[in-house]
Design a protein around this ligand. Structure first.
Ligand SMILES: Nc1ncnc2c1ncn2[C@@H]1O[C@H](COP(=O)(O)OP(=O)(O)OP(=O)(O)O)[C@@H](O)[C@H]1O
Ligand SMILES: [Mg+2]
Length: 455
Protein backbone atom coordinates (compact mmCIF):
# COMPACT_ATOMS: atom_id res chain seq x y z
CA UNK A 1 0.00 0.00 0.00
CA UNK A 2 1.42 3.37 -0.99
CA UNK A 3 1.60 5.93 1.79
CA UNK A 4 1.92 9.61 1.18
CA UNK A 5 1.28 12.71 3.15
CA UNK A 6 -0.56 15.86 2.29
CA UNK A 7 -1.54 19.01 4.10
CA UNK A 8 -5.18 19.56 4.96
CA UNK A 9 -6.83 22.76 6.11
CA UNK A 10 -8.53 21.90 9.40
CA UNK A 11 -11.14 24.49 8.75
CA UNK A 12 -12.37 23.78 5.24
CA UNK A 13 -10.65 20.55 4.22
CA UNK A 14 -8.54 22.05 1.40
CA UNK A 15 -5.79 19.67 0.38
CA UNK A 16 -2.33 20.76 -0.67
CA UNK A 17 0.94 18.96 -1.29
CA UNK A 18 2.97 21.55 0.57
CA UNK A 19 2.52 23.48 3.78
CA UNK A 20 1.11 26.99 3.57
CA UNK A 21 0.64 29.64 6.23
CA UNK A 22 -2.73 30.65 4.89
CA UNK A 23 -5.29 28.37 3.34
CA UNK A 24 -5.95 29.58 -0.21
CA UNK A 25 -9.53 28.32 -0.07
CA UNK A 26 -10.91 29.77 3.15
CA UNK A 27 -8.09 32.26 3.93
CA UNK A 28 -7.68 31.02 7.49
CA UNK A 29 -4.17 31.24 8.97
CA UNK A 30 -2.23 28.35 10.48
CA UNK A 31 -4.80 25.72 9.72
CA UNK A 32 -2.75 23.45 7.42
CA UNK A 33 -1.84 20.21 9.16
CA UNK A 34 0.07 17.30 7.69
CA UNK A 35 -1.89 14.08 7.51
CA UNK A 36 -1.16 10.72 5.97
CA UNK A 37 -3.26 9.90 2.97
CA UNK A 38 -3.88 6.21 2.66
CA UNK A 39 -5.89 4.57 0.03
CA UNK A 40 -8.61 2.62 1.76
CA UNK A 41 -7.52 -0.97 2.32
CA UNK A 42 -10.92 -2.04 1.18
CA UNK A 43 -11.53 -4.19 4.23
CA UNK A 44 -14.69 -2.37 5.24
CA UNK A 45 -15.91 -2.26 1.70
CA UNK A 46 -15.30 -5.97 1.32
CA UNK A 47 -17.24 -6.74 4.46
CA UNK A 48 -20.20 -4.71 3.31
CA UNK A 49 -20.07 -6.36 -0.08
CA UNK A 50 -19.89 -9.84 1.42
CA UNK A 51 -22.76 -9.18 3.74
CA UNK A 52 -25.15 -8.60 0.88
CA UNK A 53 -25.28 -10.24 -2.48
CA UNK A 54 -23.88 -7.35 -4.43
CA UNK A 55 -25.77 -7.27 -7.70
CA UNK A 56 -23.97 -6.27 -10.84
CA UNK A 57 -24.42 -2.54 -11.35
CA UNK A 58 -26.87 -1.89 -14.11
CA UNK A 59 -28.35 1.53 -14.94
CA UNK A 60 -32.04 1.71 -14.11
CA UNK A 61 -34.94 3.65 -15.52
CA UNK A 62 -36.91 5.89 -13.17
CA UNK A 63 -40.06 3.88 -13.77
CA UNK A 64 -38.36 0.68 -12.69
CA UNK A 65 -37.32 2.07 -9.31
CA UNK A 66 -39.72 1.03 -6.61
CA UNK A 67 -40.76 3.61 -4.10
CA UNK A 68 -42.76 2.76 -1.05
CA UNK A 69 -44.53 5.50 0.81
CA UNK A 70 -43.62 4.11 4.22
CA UNK A 71 -39.98 4.81 3.47
CA UNK A 72 -40.19 7.58 6.06
CA UNK A 73 -40.15 6.63 9.72
CA UNK A 74 -41.67 9.16 12.06
CA UNK A 75 -39.33 10.26 14.81
CA UNK A 76 -42.24 10.61 17.21
CA UNK A 77 -41.29 14.25 17.72
CA UNK A 78 -43.53 16.53 15.66
CA UNK A 79 -41.13 19.44 15.62
CA UNK A 80 -38.30 17.23 14.32
CA UNK A 81 -40.49 15.60 11.67
CA UNK A 82 -41.47 19.05 10.48
CA UNK A 83 -37.83 20.02 10.00
CA UNK A 84 -37.04 16.69 8.34
CA UNK A 85 -39.92 17.09 5.91
CA UNK A 86 -42.15 14.34 7.29
CA UNK A 87 -39.86 11.85 8.95
CA UNK A 88 -36.60 9.96 8.79
CA UNK A 89 -35.99 8.63 5.28
CA UNK A 90 -34.79 5.03 5.18
CA UNK A 91 -31.13 4.74 4.22
CA UNK A 92 -30.46 8.43 4.68
CA UNK A 93 -27.62 10.01 6.54
CA UNK A 94 -28.35 12.93 8.82
CA UNK A 95 -25.91 15.26 10.49
CA UNK A 96 -26.91 17.06 13.67
CA UNK A 97 -24.58 19.87 14.69
CA UNK A 98 -24.70 22.19 17.66
CA UNK A 99 -22.83 23.88 20.46
CA UNK A 100 -21.58 21.84 23.42
CA UNK A 101 -24.31 21.03 25.90
CA UNK A 102 -27.13 22.25 23.70
CA UNK A 103 -28.89 18.88 23.87
CA UNK A 104 -27.84 16.91 20.78
CA UNK A 105 -27.46 13.63 22.65
CA UNK A 106 -30.71 14.25 24.49
CA UNK A 107 -32.63 14.89 21.28
CA UNK A 108 -31.32 11.78 19.58
CA UNK A 109 -31.86 9.59 22.62
CA UNK A 110 -35.45 10.79 22.64
CA UNK A 111 -35.74 9.91 18.96
CA UNK A 112 -34.31 6.49 19.81
CA UNK A 113 -36.89 6.06 22.56
CA UNK A 114 -39.79 6.89 20.23
CA UNK A 115 -38.57 4.97 17.20
CA UNK A 116 -37.54 1.89 19.15
CA UNK A 117 -40.84 2.07 21.01
CA UNK A 118 -42.56 1.84 17.63
CA UNK A 119 -40.80 -1.48 17.03
CA UNK A 120 -37.71 -0.52 15.06
CA UNK A 121 -34.27 -1.85 15.93
CA UNK A 122 -31.78 0.88 16.82
CA UNK A 123 -28.10 0.96 17.65
CA UNK A 124 -26.78 3.94 19.63
CA UNK A 125 -23.00 4.29 19.44
CA UNK A 126 -21.45 6.70 21.88
CA UNK A 127 -17.80 7.59 21.63
CA UNK A 128 -18.10 10.29 24.25
CA UNK A 129 -19.97 8.80 27.14
CA UNK A 130 -19.91 5.54 29.04
CA UNK A 131 -22.99 3.34 29.05
CA UNK A 132 -23.63 4.43 32.64
CA UNK A 133 -23.78 8.06 31.62
CA UNK A 134 -26.23 7.28 28.83
CA UNK A 135 -28.31 5.31 31.30
CA UNK A 136 -28.46 8.33 33.60
CA UNK A 137 -29.80 10.44 30.77
CA UNK A 138 -32.22 7.73 29.67
CA UNK A 139 -33.68 7.50 33.18
CA UNK A 140 -34.58 11.20 32.92
CA UNK A 141 -36.20 10.70 29.54
CA UNK A 142 -38.60 7.89 30.40
CA UNK A 143 -39.17 4.28 29.41
CA UNK A 144 -37.15 2.50 26.75
CA UNK A 145 -37.78 -0.84 25.07
CA UNK A 146 -35.21 -3.52 24.34
CA UNK A 147 -35.19 -2.60 20.66
CA UNK A 148 -32.57 -0.04 21.53
CA UNK A 149 -29.03 -1.39 21.85
CA UNK A 150 -26.21 0.75 23.16
CA UNK A 151 -22.49 0.53 22.69
CA UNK A 152 -19.67 2.72 23.89
CA UNK A 153 -17.03 2.44 21.17
CA UNK A 154 -14.85 4.61 18.97
CA UNK A 155 -13.21 2.12 16.63
CA UNK A 156 -15.00 2.28 13.31
CA UNK A 157 -14.13 -1.30 12.34
CA UNK A 158 -15.75 -2.68 15.48
CA UNK A 159 -18.80 -0.50 14.91
CA UNK A 160 -19.08 -1.59 11.29
CA UNK A 161 -18.96 -5.23 12.40
CA UNK A 162 -21.70 -4.69 14.95
CA UNK A 163 -23.89 -2.92 12.41
CA UNK A 164 -23.40 -5.62 9.79
CA UNK A 165 -24.08 -8.40 12.27
CA UNK A 166 -27.11 -6.90 13.96
CA UNK A 167 -28.55 -4.98 10.97
CA UNK A 168 -30.45 -2.32 12.92
CA UNK A 169 -32.85 -0.02 11.08
CA UNK A 170 -31.33 3.09 12.55
CA UNK A 171 -27.91 3.98 13.94
CA UNK A 172 -26.88 7.00 15.99
CA UNK A 173 -23.19 7.97 16.04
CA UNK A 174 -22.40 10.31 18.94
CA UNK A 175 -20.13 11.98 17.77
CA UNK A 176 -18.31 11.71 14.45
CA UNK A 177 -15.30 13.58 15.86
CA UNK A 178 -14.58 10.75 18.32
CA UNK A 179 -14.64 7.95 15.75
CA UNK A 180 -11.46 6.65 14.21
CA UNK A 181 -10.46 4.34 11.43
CA UNK A 182 -7.27 2.38 12.09
CA UNK A 183 -6.20 2.45 8.47
CA UNK A 184 -6.11 6.24 8.46
CA UNK A 185 -3.39 8.07 10.29
CA UNK A 186 -4.24 11.08 12.37
CA UNK A 187 -6.04 11.70 15.62
CA UNK A 188 -9.82 11.27 15.86
CA UNK A 189 -11.46 14.52 14.77
CA UNK A 190 -8.83 15.34 12.15
CA UNK A 191 -10.06 16.14 8.68
CA UNK A 192 -8.88 12.85 7.23
CA UNK A 193 -10.50 10.80 10.00
CA UNK A 194 -13.80 12.63 9.88
CA UNK A 195 -14.00 12.37 6.12
CA UNK A 196 -13.07 8.70 5.97
CA UNK A 197 -15.31 7.57 8.80
CA UNK A 198 -18.23 9.49 7.31
CA UNK A 199 -17.49 7.89 3.96
CA UNK A 200 -17.63 4.40 5.44
CA UNK A 201 -20.85 5.15 7.31
CA UNK A 202 -22.36 6.62 4.17
CA UNK A 203 -21.63 3.41 2.33
CA UNK A 204 -23.28 1.40 5.08
CA UNK A 205 -26.35 3.66 5.03
CA UNK A 206 -26.80 3.41 1.28
CA UNK A 207 -26.04 -0.28 0.79
CA UNK A 208 -27.87 -1.66 3.80
CA UNK A 209 -30.69 0.90 3.85
CA UNK A 210 -29.96 1.99 7.42
CA UNK A 211 -30.73 5.54 8.51
CA UNK A 212 -27.70 6.96 10.25
CA UNK A 213 -27.73 10.02 12.47
CA UNK A 214 -24.33 11.51 13.10
CA UNK A 215 -23.69 14.12 15.73
CA UNK A 216 -21.08 16.71 14.87
CA UNK A 217 -19.37 19.27 17.04
CA UNK A 218 -19.29 22.84 15.85
CA UNK A 219 -16.37 25.21 15.68
CA UNK A 220 -16.21 28.64 17.26
CA UNK A 221 -17.65 30.10 14.07
CA UNK A 222 -20.64 27.79 14.29
CA UNK A 223 -19.90 25.44 11.40
CA UNK A 224 -19.66 21.69 11.86
CA UNK A 225 -16.05 20.99 12.79
CA UNK A 226 -14.11 19.17 10.13
CA UNK A 227 -14.32 19.76 6.46
CA UNK A 228 -17.26 21.29 4.68
CA UNK A 229 -17.11 18.10 2.69
CA UNK A 230 -18.99 16.46 5.55
CA UNK A 231 -22.03 18.58 4.82
CA UNK A 232 -21.90 17.62 1.16
CA UNK A 233 -21.75 13.91 1.92
CA UNK A 234 -24.81 13.64 4.11
CA UNK A 235 -28.44 13.99 3.00
CA UNK A 236 -29.62 16.29 5.73
CA UNK A 237 -27.84 18.79 7.93
CA UNK A 238 -29.59 20.04 11.05
CA UNK A 239 -28.30 22.64 13.46
CA UNK A 240 -29.42 22.75 17.02
CA UNK A 241 -29.05 26.27 18.31
CA UNK A 242 -30.20 28.58 21.04
CA UNK A 243 -28.93 29.99 24.22
CA UNK A 244 -27.63 27.24 26.49
CA UNK A 245 -28.60 29.39 29.45
CA UNK A 246 -32.11 30.03 28.17
CA UNK A 247 -34.53 27.14 28.18
CA UNK A 248 -35.54 27.08 24.55
CA UNK A 249 -33.69 25.48 21.64
CA UNK A 250 -34.23 25.78 17.92
CA UNK A 251 -33.62 23.03 15.41
CA UNK A 252 -32.95 24.36 11.96
CA UNK A 253 -32.52 22.49 8.69
CA UNK A 254 -29.57 23.83 6.71
CA UNK A 255 -29.65 21.21 4.01
CA UNK A 256 -32.33 18.66 3.26
CA UNK A 257 -32.47 16.38 0.26
CA UNK A 258 -36.01 15.32 1.16
CA UNK A 259 -37.73 18.52 2.15
CA UNK A 260 -37.57 22.26 2.56
CA UNK A 261 -34.99 23.90 4.77
CA UNK A 262 -37.18 26.79 5.87
CA UNK A 263 -38.86 24.99 8.71
CA UNK A 264 -37.68 25.25 12.28
CA UNK A 265 -38.52 23.19 15.33
CA UNK A 266 -38.74 24.82 18.74
CA UNK A 267 -37.96 22.90 21.91
CA UNK A 268 -37.69 23.61 25.57
CA UNK A 269 -35.14 21.84 27.76
CA UNK A 270 -36.40 20.63 31.09
CA UNK A 271 -35.89 17.87 33.62
CA UNK A 272 -37.57 15.27 31.36
CA UNK A 273 -35.49 16.21 28.34
CA UNK A 274 -36.60 18.25 25.37
CA UNK A 275 -40.23 19.24 25.18
CA UNK A 276 -41.77 20.44 21.93
CA UNK A 277 -43.02 23.99 21.94
CA UNK A 278 -46.14 23.88 19.79
CA UNK A 279 -46.91 27.55 20.26
CA UNK A 280 -43.59 29.34 19.86
CA UNK A 281 -45.19 32.80 19.61
CA UNK A 282 -46.71 32.55 23.08
CA UNK A 283 -43.40 31.25 24.34
CA UNK A 284 -41.38 34.08 22.79
CA UNK A 285 -43.70 36.76 24.14
CA UNK A 286 -43.86 35.48 27.70
CA UNK A 287 -42.41 37.92 30.20
CA UNK A 288 -42.94 40.98 28.00
CA UNK A 289 -42.57 44.26 29.90
CA UNK A 290 -45.69 46.36 30.41
CA UNK A 291 -45.91 49.91 29.24
CA UNK A 292 -42.19 50.17 28.48
CA UNK A 293 -40.75 52.32 25.75
CA UNK A 294 -38.59 50.69 23.12
CA UNK A 295 -40.55 47.45 23.01
CA UNK A 296 -42.62 46.35 20.05
CA UNK A 297 -43.95 43.04 18.79
CA UNK A 298 -43.38 41.99 15.20
CA UNK A 299 -44.25 38.94 13.15
CA UNK A 300 -41.68 37.09 11.11
CA UNK A 301 -42.09 33.92 9.10
CA UNK A 302 -40.11 30.81 9.95
CA UNK A 303 -40.84 28.56 7.00
CA UNK A 304 -44.57 28.19 6.77
CA UNK A 305 -45.08 29.28 10.35
CA UNK A 306 -45.63 32.82 11.56
CA UNK A 307 -43.74 33.67 14.72
CA UNK A 308 -44.37 36.69 16.91
CA UNK A 309 -41.28 38.11 18.59
CA UNK A 310 -40.57 41.13 20.67
CA UNK A 311 -37.99 43.65 19.49
CA UNK A 312 -36.41 45.78 22.17
CA UNK A 313 -34.40 48.91 21.65
CA UNK A 314 -32.56 51.10 24.08
CA UNK A 315 -31.41 54.49 22.85
CA UNK A 316 -29.42 56.70 25.19
CA UNK A 317 -26.96 59.57 24.99
CA UNK A 318 -23.48 58.58 24.03
CA UNK A 319 -20.65 59.11 26.49
CA UNK A 320 -17.96 58.99 23.87
CA UNK A 321 -17.57 61.00 20.71
CA UNK A 322 -18.42 57.92 18.73
CA UNK A 323 -21.87 56.40 19.31
CA UNK A 324 -22.08 52.72 20.18
CA UNK A 325 -24.47 50.50 18.29
CA UNK A 326 -25.23 46.90 19.06
CA UNK A 327 -27.60 44.34 17.60
CA UNK A 328 -28.36 40.99 19.21
CA UNK A 329 -30.33 38.46 17.21
CA UNK A 330 -30.43 40.49 14.04
CA UNK A 331 -28.08 42.03 11.51
CA UNK A 332 -25.91 44.81 12.95
CA UNK A 333 -25.46 46.53 9.61
CA UNK A 334 -29.19 46.48 8.99
CA UNK A 335 -29.79 48.24 12.31
CA UNK A 336 -27.22 50.91 11.40
CA UNK A 337 -28.85 51.39 8.02
CA UNK A 338 -32.33 51.71 9.49
CA UNK A 339 -31.11 54.27 12.00
CA UNK A 340 -29.56 56.25 9.15
CA UNK A 341 -32.92 56.15 7.35
CA UNK A 342 -34.68 57.39 10.51
CA UNK A 343 -32.21 60.22 10.82
CA UNK A 344 -32.44 61.36 7.22
CA UNK A 345 -36.11 60.70 6.40
CA UNK A 346 -37.78 61.42 9.72
CA UNK A 347 -35.24 63.90 11.02
CA UNK A 348 -34.58 62.04 14.26
CA UNK A 349 -31.21 63.13 15.67
CA UNK A 350 -29.70 59.77 16.47
CA UNK A 351 -26.08 60.58 15.73
CA UNK A 352 -25.35 61.43 19.37
CA UNK A 353 -27.07 58.35 20.75
CA UNK A 354 -25.95 54.87 21.59
CA UNK A 355 -28.42 52.24 20.46
CA UNK A 356 -28.88 48.64 21.49
CA UNK A 357 -31.35 46.45 19.62
CA UNK A 358 -32.27 43.02 20.85
CA UNK A 359 -34.64 40.30 19.72
CA UNK A 360 -36.04 39.07 23.03
CA UNK A 361 -35.87 35.35 23.66
CA UNK A 362 -32.55 34.93 21.88
CA UNK A 363 -33.99 34.24 18.41
CA UNK A 364 -31.82 35.04 15.41
CA UNK A 365 -33.85 36.60 12.63
CA UNK A 366 -32.76 38.22 9.41
CA UNK A 367 -35.98 38.91 7.60
CA UNK A 368 -36.70 42.24 5.88
CA UNK A 369 -40.17 42.35 7.44
CA UNK A 370 -38.45 42.99 10.75
CA UNK A 371 -37.38 46.46 9.59
CA UNK A 372 -40.50 48.35 10.62
CA UNK A 373 -40.39 46.76 14.06
CA UNK A 374 -36.76 47.78 14.58
CA UNK A 375 -37.47 51.35 13.45
CA UNK A 376 -40.53 51.62 15.71
CA UNK A 377 -38.65 50.23 18.70
CA UNK A 378 -35.74 52.63 18.20
CA UNK A 379 -38.06 55.61 17.73
CA UNK A 380 -40.14 54.63 20.75
CA UNK A 381 -37.07 54.42 22.95
CA UNK A 382 -35.64 57.65 21.55
CA UNK A 383 -38.84 59.56 22.27
CA UNK A 384 -39.35 57.61 25.48
CA UNK A 385 -42.96 56.87 24.56
CA UNK A 386 -44.30 53.35 24.90
CA UNK A 387 -46.04 51.69 21.96
CA UNK A 388 -49.56 50.33 22.38
CA UNK A 389 -49.12 46.83 23.82
CA UNK A 390 -51.91 45.33 21.77
CA UNK A 391 -50.26 46.37 18.50
CA UNK A 392 -47.89 44.51 16.24
CA UNK A 393 -46.10 45.86 13.18
CA UNK A 394 -44.16 44.44 10.27
CA UNK A 395 -42.89 45.68 6.93
CA UNK A 396 -39.72 46.22 4.97
CA UNK A 397 -38.21 49.69 5.09
CA UNK A 398 -36.52 51.12 1.99
CA UNK A 399 -33.77 53.70 1.85
CA UNK A 400 -36.15 56.53 1.04
CA UNK A 401 -38.13 55.75 4.14
CA UNK A 402 -40.92 53.96 2.30
CA UNK A 403 -42.58 50.92 3.89
CA UNK A 404 -42.64 48.12 1.35
CA UNK A 405 -44.91 45.14 0.98
CA UNK A 406 -43.99 41.77 2.48
CA UNK A 407 -45.19 38.23 1.76
CA UNK A 408 -47.64 35.97 3.64
CA UNK A 409 -49.51 38.85 5.19
CA UNK A 410 -52.70 36.92 5.91
CA UNK A 411 -50.87 34.32 8.03
CA UNK A 412 -49.13 37.01 10.01
CA UNK A 413 -52.34 38.86 10.71
CA UNK A 414 -54.19 35.73 11.78
CA UNK A 415 -51.38 34.76 14.14
CA UNK A 416 -51.61 38.21 15.74
CA UNK A 417 -55.38 37.80 16.02
CA UNK A 418 -54.99 34.34 17.54
CA UNK A 419 -52.77 35.74 20.28
CA UNK A 420 -55.22 38.52 21.07
CA UNK A 421 -53.57 41.51 19.47
CA UNK A 422 -55.97 44.30 18.47
CA UNK A 423 -54.03 46.32 15.88
CA UNK A 424 -51.68 45.42 13.06
CA UNK A 425 -49.50 48.06 11.43
CA UNK A 426 -48.48 46.85 7.99
CA UNK A 427 -47.33 48.22 4.64
CA UNK A 428 -50.16 49.96 2.82
CA UNK A 429 -49.36 47.97 -0.31
CA UNK A 430 -50.03 44.74 1.62
CA UNK A 431 -53.49 45.81 2.79
CA UNK A 432 -55.14 44.39 -0.30
CA UNK A 433 -53.83 40.88 0.38
CA UNK A 434 -55.65 40.52 3.68
CA UNK A 435 -59.35 40.43 4.42
CA UNK A 436 -60.71 42.96 6.90
CA UNK A 437 -62.01 41.50 10.13
CA UNK A 438 -63.88 43.18 12.94
CA UNK A 439 -61.66 41.53 15.56
CA UNK A 440 -58.49 43.20 14.47
CA UNK A 441 -57.76 46.67 13.16
CA UNK A 442 -55.40 47.04 10.20
CA UNK A 443 -53.42 50.24 9.75
CA UNK A 444 -51.59 50.59 6.45
CA UNK A 445 -48.54 52.86 6.42
CA UNK A 446 -46.84 54.19 3.31
CA UNK A 447 -43.69 55.56 4.84
CA UNK A 448 -41.88 56.10 8.12
CA UNK A 449 -43.44 59.51 8.67
CA UNK A 450 -46.88 57.82 8.76
CA UNK A 451 -45.56 55.14 11.09
CA UNK A 452 -44.07 57.67 13.51
CA UNK A 453 -47.50 59.17 14.10
CA UNK A 454 -48.45 55.94 15.86
CA UNK A 455 -45.87 56.44 18.59
N1 LIG B 1 -31.71 17.37 35.11
C1 LIG B 1 -31.74 18.25 34.12
N2 LIG B 1 -32.72 19.16 34.06
C2 LIG B 1 -32.76 20.06 33.06
N3 LIG B 1 -31.87 20.12 32.08
C3 LIG B 1 -30.86 19.24 32.09
C4 LIG B 1 -30.74 18.27 33.11
N4 LIG B 1 -29.64 17.53 32.86
C5 LIG B 1 -29.10 18.04 31.70
N5 LIG B 1 -29.83 19.06 31.26
C6 LIG B 1 -29.58 19.85 30.04
O1 LIG B 1 -29.05 19.01 29.04
C7 LIG B 1 -27.90 19.59 28.48
C8 LIG B 1 -26.94 18.54 28.03
O2 LIG B 1 -27.56 17.81 27.01
P1 LIG B 1 -26.74 16.86 26.05
O3 LIG B 1 -25.76 16.07 26.82
O4 LIG B 1 -27.74 16.16 25.22
O5 LIG B 1 -25.97 17.93 25.16
P2 LIG B 1 -24.99 17.64 23.95
O6 LIG B 1 -25.34 18.64 22.91
O7 LIG B 1 -25.02 16.21 23.59
O8 LIG B 1 -23.62 18.01 24.59
P3 LIG B 1 -22.15 17.52 24.19
O9 LIG B 1 -21.72 18.43 23.10
O10 LIG B 1 -21.37 17.72 25.43
O11 LIG B 1 -22.27 16.10 23.79
C9 LIG B 1 -27.34 20.47 29.55
O12 LIG B 1 -26.66 21.58 29.02
C10 LIG B 1 -28.57 20.93 30.29
O13 LIG B 1 -29.06 22.10 29.68
MG1 LIG C 1 -23.56 14.70 23.64
Amino acid sequence: MKKKTAFFCQSCGYESSKWMGQCPACHEWNTMVEETVTKSSGSTNDRIKNSIDAPRVRPATLASIEMVSEDKITSGIGELDRVLGGGIVKGSMLLVGGDPGIGKSTLLLQVCRNVSGAGHEILYVSGEESLKQIKMRAVRLGDFTDNLKLVSETNLDTITDIIINTKPEMVVIDSIQTMFNETIQGAPGSVAQVRETTGVLLKIAKTLGISIFIIGHVTKEGAVAGPRVLEHMVDTVLYFEGDTKGAYRILRGVKNRFGSTDEIGVFEMNEQGLREVKNPSEFMLSGRPENASGSVVTCCMEGSRPLLVEIQALVCDTNFGFPRRQATGTDYNRVNLLMAVLEKRVGMRLSNSDAYVNIAGGMKINEPSLDLGIVMAVASSFRNRPIDESMICFGEVGLSGEVRAVSQVAQRVSEAERLGFKTVVLPEASLSSVKASDKIKLIGVKNLVDAMELI
